[in-house]
Design a protein around this ligand. Structure first.
Ligand SMILES: *[C@@H]1O[C@H](CO)[C@@H](O)[C@H](O)[C@H]1NC(C)=O
Ligand SMILES: *[C@@H]1O[C@H](CO)[C@@H](O)[C@H](O)[C@H]1NC(C)=O
Ligand SMILES: *[C@@H]1O[C@H](CO)[C@@H](O)[C@H](O)[C@H]1NC(C)=O
Ligand SMILES: *[C@@H]1O[C@H](CO)[C@@H](O)[C@H](O)[C@H]1NC(C)=O
Ligand SMILES: *[C@@H]1O[C@H](CO)[C@@H](O)[C@H](O)[C@H]1NC(C)=O
Ligand SMILES: *[C@@H]1O[C@H](CO)[C@@H](O)[C@H](O)[C@H]1NC(C)=O
Ligand SMILES: *[C@@H]1O[C@H](CO)[C@@H](O)[C@H](O)[C@H]1NC(C)=O
Length: 322
């Protein structure tokens, strides 16, 4: 109520002194990226040094299709009037006081939201009153596309999922490498986040045998912006064989163990046969002739056989693993 009264008073004053006092806007339209900061400007005439006590500035926002306007920031007789500020702007909207002395009423909004978009009124009363309107548009690019690949185990099909958030609503296209459209077999849905962004999810189902690279494109028509994500078939292969990775690791580990154990085994065998040989020699020593080269060859071949059987065994274990 109070505010409306002020407005009326200001408008009455406006009729009287409008010819002397005018508010100007250097920029009528502002486009801000979601989450960024924006500073909108209104100019008013200041003669000499500013007398802050005589200055009142009102910034109000009106969203499209809504009748009620929201108080963004009010300065009354040089003092901030935060009690009337709409809660959506609490801690986010400020008037840059330093600039007032040069006749610039700068409204800064930090961390802009989708709901900040709309028409802004700046009304200035400084021994005379005037107002202007400024339009603020908020855009949110579909910057990050999250990709997910899943396989439907019961069917020979893959599901590719592309998901991203932005504003306004984007259309999603799917293509293969030959730029052949696959959008026909995709299902695109969206939800609204609490921040007013569109959370768009598109699912493409393809047959397993279609081994190609794919891309999903988020087309933000109003921003004339396309954001793409690529899904490579190689990545698909790794997903497909993800379950076999541990098996491969197991095989590698087995091979390593075999390779390490093998020389140990050979040495062990060698020692054993050497001992046997010595034992035989000790036993037979006095009666038998010394070990001939022929005999040594026999022992060696025995070692070779045990080595071979080990290899065959490890080969078998590999086959079992595969
Ligand atoms: C927005 O303004 C706030 C406060 O002045 C600052 O901390 C922040 O870094 C600014 N953000 C960007 C994206 O400029
Ligand atoms: C500016 O202020 C001076 C003296 O303070 C006065 O003489 C002059 O008329 C003023 N001009 C305007 C445009 O108000
Ligand atoms: C597919 O489209 C992209 C960009 O739109 C282009 O660079 C590429 O050459 C096209 N590929 C084919 C095979 O037409
Ligand atoms: C698309 O997905 C939604 C949600 O998962 C589902 O309700 C709808 O039936 C699907 N539409 C088609 C054509 O598959
Ligand atoms: C967007 O939707 C996906 C599923 O469709 C969900 O996992 C994700 O949490 C949503 N993100 C936000 C910010 O709501
Ligand atoms: C997919 O793209 C990658 C990288 O550009 C390429 O190496 C590969 O051959 C492509 N695969 C197919 C099936 O076209
Ligand atoms: C984005 O993609 C759509 C559909 O493929 C196309 O019509 C439009 O020209 C593209 N826009 C830009 C900026 O590349």
């Amino acid at each position: 109520m109070f505010q409306i009264l002020t407005m009326l008073l200001m408008e009455m004053q406006l009729c009287v002194v409008s010819a002397l006092f005018t508010v100007e806007v250097p920029q009528q339209l502002y486009v801000a990226e979601y989450g960024s900061n924006v500073t909108m400007e209104c100019r008013f005439p200041v003669n000499g040094s500013l007398n802050l006590e005589l200055l009142s500035v009102v910034w109000e926002q009106k969203r499209q299709g809504q009748l009620e306007s929201r108080d963004v920031y009010t300065l009354r007789n040089g003092k901030a009037l935060l009690s009337s500020q709409h809660r959506d702007y609490m801690g986010r909207a400020a008037l840059l006081h330093k600039e007032l002395k040069s006749g610039r009423a700068l409204l800064q909004i930090t961390n802009v939201k989708i709901t900040d978009a709309g028409s802004y009124l700046c009304l200035i009363d400084y021994q005379g009153a005037d107002y202007k309107y400024i339009t603020l548009e908020i855009k949110a690019s579909y910057k990050i596309i999250n990709i997910q690949k899943t396989r439907k185990w019961n069917e020979d099909k893959f599901a590719f999922i592309c998901q991203s958030e932005g504003f306004p609503l984007a259309e999603v296209f799917w293509q293969n490498e030959k730029n052949f459209s696959l959008s026909g077999s995709a299902n695109t849905t969206y939800t609204l986040t609490t921040d007013g962004l569109y959370n768009v999810t598109s699912i493409l189902i393809i047959n397993q045998n279609m081994n190609e690279n794919y891309s999903c494109v988020f087309w933000n028509k109003e921003l004339n912006e396309n954001t793409s994500a690529y899904i490579y078939s190689l990545a698909l292969m790794s997903t497909q064989h993800g379950g076999q990775k541990s098996l491969i690791l197991f095989i590698v580990a087995t091979c390593v163990i075999v390779l390490v154990l093998l020389p140990a085994l050979i040495i062990f065998q060698k020692r054993k046969s050497f001992k046997n040989c010595r034992a035989k020699k000790d036993r037979k020593g006095k009666f038998s002739p010394p070990v001939t080269d022929e005999n040594r060859g026999y022992y060696n071949s025995q070692i070779e056989t045990s080595y071979l059987s080990t290899v065959i065994y490890s080969g078998e274990s590999r086959n079992v693993n595969l």
